[in-house]
Design a protein around this ligand. Structure first.
Ligand SMILES: Cc1ncc(COP(=O)(O)O)c(C=O)c1O
Length: 362
């Protein structure tokens, strides 16, 4: 028996145990077919049902109105950095709020295709905060306003949305996907890779207002990079990542069985509060994100003596608390508390930190 571990990875990340157990039971014979989901046609009735139910469950969880399309795409969040300008541009202008490396990458990709304006940025303080949104003014002829709502690397998150004056809001929710309810109607497009809160890497969810899917793109766009291609074919234009969608479907059912996104949000807030409350009174550790910008999903922190970072990571690993190392670009410590992280995992982490502090804070 492998020893019990808690996996704080930022992605790919921990998944609900019950989902993994069910998938293991069905591995060699899905619904009595004698075959794994990986071995059946994506055009079979069995897989069609998986895809349809995943769409229905997404619609229920986010209360997605009929004017929106849900697409199951490939290429990760990073491919969206290009698909968004390629499909949404009409005036060849877009405003970006740059709050971290992922938003910056999206901004740089936007610059390849259009006049991308960096409207606000928090790079001056190592992306440790979300800029004051009252300072944001949209260019009225912008094709969209781009934000990254949860900044995985820096542990920051938006607590409100910019006023876009009717210009479509595009949001990267890769690391906060399905972590709380949101009002889909406030957005033109939402997207996120599955590998944090939804399932294995390989599938990317795009929720897009149907009127933003162009019949004709402004410039020639490869078939696979057109939203229309995937919307017209029910995300079955080519072979989709069948196993990723199958696991995602199970995670969606797990969320529904918990009571939906309001329940999930409460649990997530409770978990994050345990860790932030401890950090705020600790004499050894401190949180690196500004308090009013803190993420509920990714908690970033440091020991006051930087030399203790590696000691902490090694000892934590030994205690079964794994993947706590911060992103390679910033270092430090990061605990990702995605949906599937049980509250016991956070309690165990805080307890371990208290003991570590008692030993090292001399
Ligand atoms: C917020 C955010 N956006 C985009 C990405 C890039 O996603 P992908 O690796 O699926 O391209 C990541 C990856 O961690 C992320 O955290």
């Amino acid at each position: 028996m492998a020893k019990e571990i808690y996996n704080f990875s930022a992605g790919p990340s921990t998944l609900p145990k019950s989902v993994l157990v069910e998938a293991a039971e069905e591995m060699c014979s899905y619904k009595g077919s004698g075959m794994s989901v990986m071995e059946i046609s994506h055009r079979s009735k069995l897989f069609e049902t998986i895809l349809e139910e995943a769409k229905e469950d997404f619609t229920k969880l986010y209360q997605i109105p009929a004017e929106y399309e849900i697409l199951f795409l490939q290429g990760g969040g990073s491919t969206q950095f290009a698909m968004i300008p390629l499909n949404l541009m009409k005036n060849k202008k877009a405003d970006y709020i740059v709050t971290g490396q992922w938003a910056k990458k999206a901004f740089q990709e936007g610059q390849v295709f259009l006049d991308a304006r960096k409207a606000l940025s928090s790079e001056d303080k190592s992306f440790s905060y979300i800029p004051d949104l009252s300072a944001f003014s949209v260019r009225p002829d912008s094709d969209y306003v781009y934000i990254c709502e949860n900044n995985t690397i820096y542990g920051t998150a938006y607590s409100s949305l910019p006023d876009t004056q009717g210009v479509p809001l595009v949001s990267d929710i890769s690391s906060s996907l399905l972590s709380k309810p949101l009002d889909v109607t406030k957005y033109g497009l939402l997207f996120g890779g599955a590998q944090k809160n939804l399932g294995p890497a390989g599938v990317t969810i795009v929720i897009i207002r149907k009127d933003l899917i162009p019949e004709e793109t402004l410039i020639p766009v490869p078939t696979m990079l057109k939203y229309k291609t995937h919307a017209d074919s029910n995300s079955l234009y080519n072979t989709p990542p069948v196993y990723s969608i199958y696991i995602a479907g199970k995670v969606l059912k797990w969320l529904l069985s918990l009571g939906g996104l309001s329940v999930m949000e409460k649990i997530n807030q409770e978990k994050a509060a345990l860790l932030y409350d401890y950090l705020d009174q600790s004499k050894l550790f401190y949180g690196t994100a500004e308090k009013d910008s803190r993420s509920v999903m990714n908690v970033t922190f440091l020991p006051k003596d930087p030399a203790l970072t590696d000691v902490f990571l090694d000892e934590a690993k030994e205690a079964g608390l794994v993947n706590l190392k911060g992103h390679r670009s910033v270092g430090g410590i990061r605990a990702s508390l995605y949906n599937a992280m049980p509250i016991e995992g956070v309690k165990t982490l805080v307890q371990f930190m208290e003991q570590f502090e008692a030993r090292y804070n001399k």
